[in-house]
Design a protein around this ligand. Structure first.
Ligand SMILES: C[C@](O)(CO)[C@H](O)COP(=O)(O)OP(=O)(O)OC[C@H]1O[C@@H](n2ccc(N)nc2=O)[C@H](O)[C@@H]1O
Ligand SMILES: Nc1ncnc2c1ncn2[C@@H]1O[C@H](COP(=O)(O)OP(=O)(O)OP(=O)(O)O)[C@@H](O)[C@H]1O
Length: 284
C-alpha cells in the first residue's frame, strides 16, 4: 500500500430518499428510518501529514471558529483516540450548502477520518471510525461505511441497499435550516410506524417536509416548481429539494430554467460513496 503524505478527497453529498420519524429517545434524539444514497458531487478536502502533531485548518468558514469546524473536530477526535504523533494541515473547497440537508458537515467529518486514518497509518477498521464519527453527528457513520443504506436508530444502524443509479437535480432555495430547530419543534410528527417487510413496497415520505414547508415558504415553492419534472422531495431537515431524471441531459435542461434566486446542481447517485472509490484508487 502506498505511503502517502498528501491526499485530496471528495466529501460527497447525500440525499435522504425518504425520512420517517418513529419516535423520540429519552436523550431527545429521534428514532428514524431513512434511505441514504450518495451523490458524485461534494466538497473537496486536501490533507498534508505533518510531524509536529498540530492540526491546522488552512481554510475558514465565515462565522465558524476552527475548533467548531467538523473537519477540525474529526481530526482532533481521531488524534485523541489513537495518540498519534502525526499532525495535519487541511484546506478545503466548500461546495455543499451549509444547513442544506445534504450532509455537508458530516461528510467533511467522515472524509477527514478516512483520509487521516490512511495518512497517519492507523489502519483502524471502519467500525471504529464510525464509532468516533457518530459522536460528531448522526449522519457521519453512513459516510464512513460508504454504502447506500437504510438507516435506523438515530441514523447509525445501517443495512446496505443497492439502488438503481440515476440523475438528480438538487435545488437549494437559499434558506439555512437548522437540523436541531426542526427536530425540537413540538409539531414535528414522530409516530410513523416502522417499516415492516419489504421497504420497497411501502409508502414513503419525508416526515419533516410539512413542518418545514410551513415555516419556510421558499421550500414549498421549490417543491412545487420541481413537480413539473416528477415527484419532488426534501432531503433531511431541508432546505434542499430534489427530483430524479433518467438522463443527465434532461436534468441539466431543467437546471437551466431554475429561478435566479435559487441555486442548484445536477449529480449522479451512487451506491458506493465517491470518497471510498477515490480512496481505493489513490491507495493502490
Ligand atoms: C436529518 C438527518 O440529516 C437525516 O439524515 C440527520 O438525522 C441529522 O444528522 P446530523 O446533522 O449529523 O445530526 P446531529 O449533528 O447529530 O444532530 C443535530 C441535532 O438534530 C437532532 N437529531 C439528530 C439526529 C436524530 N436522529 N435525532 C435528532 O433529534 C438533535 O436535536 C441534534 O442536536
Ligand atoms: N465543515 C463544515 N461544513 C459545514 N458546516 C459545518 C462544518 N463544520 C461545522 N459545521 C456546522 O454544521 C452546521 C450544519 O451544517 P451541514 O452542512 O452539515 O448541514 P446539513 O446539510 O443540514 O446537514 P444534515 O443533512 O446532516 O442535517 C452548519 O450550520 C455549521 O454551523
Amino acid at each position: 500500500m502506498a505511503d502517502l503524505t498528501t491526499l485530496s478527497l471528495i466529501a460527497p453529498a447525500k440525499l435522504n430518499l425518504f425520512l420517517h420519524i418513529n419516535g423520540r429517545l429519552p436523550n431527545g434524539y429521534h428514532e428514524l428510518e431513512t434511505l441514504f444514497v450518495f451523490l458524485d458531487y461534494g466538497d473537496r478536502l486536501h490533507f498534508k501529514r505533518t510531524d509536529d502533531g498540530a492540526i491546522t485548518l488552512k481554510t475558514q468558514i465565515d462565522g465558524l471558529p476552527d475548533e467548531e469546524n467538523l473537519i477540525y473536530k474529526a481530526a482532533y477526535a481521531l488524534k485523541l483516540a489513537t495518540n498519534t504523533a502525526f499532525g495535519a494541515e487541511i484546506s478545503f473547497d466548500k461546495h455543499l450548502p451549509s444547513g442544506g440537508g445534504v450532509g455537508g458537515g458530516s461528510s467533511d467529518a467522515a472524509t477527514t477520518l478516512l483520509a487521516l486514518n490512511a495518512l497517519w497509518q492507523l489502519a483502524l477498521p471502519l467500525e471504529k471510525l464510525a464509532e468516533i464519527g457518530v459522536a460528531l453527528g448522526a449522519d457521519v457513520p453512513v459516510f464512513i461505511n460508504g454504502q447506500a443504506a437504510i438507516a435506523q436508530g438515530i441514523g447509525e444502524k445501517l443495512a446496505p441497499v443497492n439502488l438503481p443509479e440515476t440523475w438528480y437535480l438538487v435545488v437549494h432555495p437559499n434558506v439555512h435550516i437548522s437540523t436541531g430547530v426542526i427536530f425540537n419543534n413540538a409539531n414535528l410528527p414522530r409516530n410513523t410506524p416502522k417499516l415492516s417487510g419489504d421497504w420497497q413496497s411501502s409508502k414513503h415520505r419525508n416526515d419533516c417536509e410539512e413542518l418545514v414547508k410551513k415555516h419556510y415558504p421558499e421550500v414549498e415553492k421549490t417543491l412545487n416548481w420541481l413537480l413539473k419534472y416528477g415527484p419532488s422531495r426534501m432531503t433531511g431537515t431541508g432546505a434542499c429539494c430534489f427530483v430524479s431524471f433518467e438522463t443527465q441531459h434532461a436534468a441539466l435542461e431543467a437546471l437551466k430554467s431554475l429561478p435566479e434566486t435559487w441555486q442548484g446542481f445536477v449529480a449522479r447517485s451512487t451506491n458506493i460513496s465517491p470518497a471510498h472509490s477515490e480512496l481505493r484508487t489513490k491507495l493502490n
